[in-house]
Design a protein around this ligand. Sequence first.
Ligand code: NAG
Ligand code: NAG
Ligand code: NAG
Length: 531
Amino acid sequence: MQMLVYFLFITVAWASPRLDPLVDSKRGLIRGLQATDGDYAMFLGIPYAMVNYTNPFGPALPYPYFEEPFEAYDDNAICLQTAQITNEITGSLDCLHLNIYVPNSASKNNKLPVLLWIYGGSFQYGNAGRYQYGPKFLVEKDVIFITANYRVGLYGFMCLNTPEVQGNQGLKDQVKALQWIRENIEDFGGDASKVTLFGSSAGAVSVDYHILSKDKLFDKAILQSGTTLRTAAIMEPDNSVPILIAAKLGFATNDVNKAVEFLIKNEPKLVIAAAFELSIICKPCVEKDFEGNTFIADYPINTPIPKDKDIPILIGHNSQEQLSTYGKLSPSEYDEGIFEKLVSQAFNIDKDLVRIVKQFYIGDEAVSIDVKSALTDFDSDFALNHPIRRSMSKFLDNNSNVYFYVFSYSGGRNYGKWRHNVTGEGAAHSDEKGYLFDMSMMTDIPTPEDQLVIDRMTTMWTNFVKYGDPTPDLTELLPVKWTPLTEDIQHYLDINSDITMKRSPFNKRMAFWDLFYKMNEKFLIGFSGRE
Ligand SMILES: *[C@@H]1O[C@H](CO)[C@@H](O)[C@H](O)[C@H]1NC(C)=O
Ligand SMILES: *[C@@H]1O[C@H](CO)[C@@H](O)[C@H](O)[C@H]1NC(C)=O
Ligand SMILES: *[C@@H]1O[C@H](CO)[C@@H](O)[C@H](O)[C@H]1NC(C)=O
């Protein structure tokens, strides 16, 4: 590492010397910590940008140069949010930090490739801390692993028809993190020309937005269970949002700018508490264009991959994506309107077409717990599996290699099922994360079966980061060659207790949706008729 390496002897008599890594970055000196659970250094909570307190709903500003060495010891910062499940208001605006984990083998002469994780959480919550995204499994494979916070919810995605609050601030924060990494990672022993972006759920949707953008700040991408074509990934600017929240907090106005000014003067925690009570959800939006500061200019269905991107992509989903959603419902919570509700998120169509979808999945049965498994299939297909297929064919148009997987393993570390306390065959949304990250909440030592899945996943993922190919050589651990997609054959790797190459997962269900989309493309919300 291009580190001025200092040795700091802890005064416990026989303790081994602790390496105290100090990096001379373009932004000033940054002091990290030597990890105690492996051969790597940790640089925690480095501010890569700062919220503009005069306009916390707008673009972030550069963080000032560190005049004093920055002590990168703390990864507790969380961007302001209403926590999932507990609904507790937590975090602050001082949150645009990243965490860098550097294997001790990295140096100026041995620059390691870089893997940046974008967390999910529906663009409403999430954070980059080690508690959930522990680095150990990945840094063991000789890559630099980075996690970055970005603004979520109201402060990350309020989207107005005004130049001050143009929208997509959270995604623009991610761009700033990528720029910071490009500028500084060589000083940590990283290779700035080898940066892979990866994410799950809304994190994967984010990765796809970066693929669609003109910026070229990374060279490979991994999308786990999410793309911009999923129905919930986009909205229109909505000027009523600040007006409604201001009213809730006691300030009545119809003037969007006055409402925003009022919110800026208010305590941010009160502001997001009011937004939560009003059930206001902010997420990526089609921005009105002001002075070239636009990140999303059109609906993803109308946006091709820029011609010069040509980046290898690893993409997939889990075998029972929406298992946790239906696994938790009590019999009375089954909603007869579920088909119409979901289909109308993507299409402007009439009830006859919705009836066909319902026929396909449950025939003449009523929506109830008796058809739980068919409803799980429907929701998984419509929300994720088929959008991912459609994104893959977009990627195939101009890309070297697209590697497709389905994660179907059910073991002791399936994170989504664990968190929602549901059981069932296969793998639910977010389940794969338990096999990529050393999660603090999973206190049991992995079983040998789980450890094998961890070893395989982290080796394939980091092979992809290094070589653009998850299985460059056949080994005892990875005895199967993972073939990329072709125009004609949808090869995929089934990741279960074994890994197996297969073709065309859920082909009948997917063929139904292929036809449905072909017939009804012009009814897609936002569809402009362009390529
Ligand atoms: C911060 O936001 C205010 C209000 O939009 C703007 O006038 C100001 O220029 C911004 N600060 C910087 C340093 O850009
Ligand atoms: C993608 O497009 C670029 C520019 O048009 C071209 O140079 C490149 O070879 C294409 N890649 C593939 C895999 O088609
Ligand atoms: C998890 O679910 C089981 C039944 O499926 C229940 O007995 C148990 O109390 C639940 N645990 C938690 C923490 O909710």
